[in-house]
Write a protein that binds this ligand. Sequence first.
Ligand SMILES: Cc1cc2nc3c(=O)[nH]c(=O)nc-3n(C[C@H](O)[C@H](O)[C@H](O)COP(=O)(O)OP(=O)(O)OC[C@H]3O[C@@H](n4cnc5c(N)ncnc54)[C@H](O)[C@@H]3O)c2cc1C
Length: 464
Amino acid sequence: MLSGQQSRSLAQIFDSDAVLVSESDRTHYGQDWSRFISPDPAAVVFPKEVSQLKALIALARSSQIGLVPSGGRTGLSGGATAANGEIVVSFERMNRVLDFDADSRMVKVEPGVITQHLQQFAIDQNLYYPVDFASSGSSHVGGNIATNAGGIKVLRYGLTREWVAGLEVVTGNGDYLSLNQGLVKNATGIDQRHLFVGSEGILGFTSSAWMRLTEAPQPLRVMLLAVPSMRIALSVLSICQSHLNLTAFEFFSQEALMHVREHLSLSSPLSDAPFYVLCEFEQHRGGEAGLSDAMAVYTKLSEKSWVSDGVIAQSERENQSLWRYREGISEAITSRTPYKHDLAVRISQAPEFLEAVEAAIQNAALPFEIVWFGHIGDGNVHLNILRPEDWSVARFMKACQPLGLQIMQVVARFDGSVSAEHGVGLLKKDYLPFSKSDSERAMMRRIKQVYDTDGVMNPGKILD
Ligand SMILES: Cc1cc2nc3c(=O)[nH]c(=O)nc-3n(C[C@H](O)[C@H](O)[C@H](O)COP(=O)(O)OP(=O)(O)OC[C@H]3O[C@@H](n4cnc5c(N)ncnc54)[C@H](O)[C@@H]3O)c2cc1C
């Protein structure tokens, strides 16, 4: 609940329709896609100007209330969840394209621009914005920057960080900083832009960003392959990388395919196999060369018995149909409240890592179904532990936490990451020590203090 003084102060900063306090609005805006922590914010506000962000920071500092930046709320770690009476700061209404510099191939956007709208803006300019994933129709550029979002094209184009050419922020101390202004070269000491990318809103608000665009790839084609093991999937990756211009290389398990097929009532694309890989590659101009290269790759893989079945899309429509088997997985398992682990290891270690994690889960002897999928082309695997249908969410969560710690021991053994691209938020905090040393975490705390001395920005996220 806001105090009377806080309500009056908000009324001085915002029009009345930009402050929401009803229970349904607070619940709606107070949580991200993860559903393990109940939201309980005091209010939701919708800034449109930097001056309002500065005024909010001043209010938060003087009245010791936390501020939770909120984008499209598709986050999977509770980073945008407000569970302790904070003010949710939604960027939904800061969603303008501010500038376009065609020669520099850059566009300046407000943080509330939806990722897919940025992709479309690029297409309209005959250019391309490559960061893409299943939630890009809802996520915001500001949220993507704050989580350093990755997705399906990282193998070729890298993470969001690569595309942030300049960043304007309001820090937790209320300072407005314009960082790197879209420059390609700028050797003037510490590039603070990169501290904000991936910082999950704990240092300040992103108020606008210069995003790089690039030239569009040639028309793309998709090939879906059935593979007998993860080890062989990596050999398949190596062959595909040598012969095709890959833009994505994804994998999913047979269990994942089963859930998607059930959820979307789809027929089986291929005969049964433990794993499937989906590779997307550029056709050469004219379209023929890329396809014949893919056919040659497929023949080679079949001769080695590295694939047991496969299909190559013959049109854009067939591309989309094949992508549905991969992109539909998250949605298909949502009703089972999946406990998601977003893990990364070096690409070469992925098969051994999967086996070690499966062994840890088996040791725990819990009746859990597991579903693997992810971006194997960059070493990022998503492990989804599904809630047994007759278990309550609370019981499931309680069992997943100690199991999570055992899985993290495996991650640490492999020098991996406990969060590849989903951030730490509230849900992965206990896991952080498995990836970041005591000294690194202590440094992170000190950096936060520099930008957010009173700790008003996204309190309790990443670090206690
Ligand atoms: C079906 C599905 C598939 C997904 N696939 C992928 C994937 O392949 N790759 C991937 O990386 N992620 C994926 N995600 C996770 C999610 O979409 C990304 O983390 C995304 O970047 C979150 O953006 P958002 O706008 O929804 O942010 P939110 O969830 O609203 O917020 C995320 C974090 O950003 C902070 N934040 C938001 N806006 C600002 C701002 N203006 N200033 C400062 N901090 C801010 C929030 O406080 C929070 O900490 C997936 C999610 C779903 C539901």
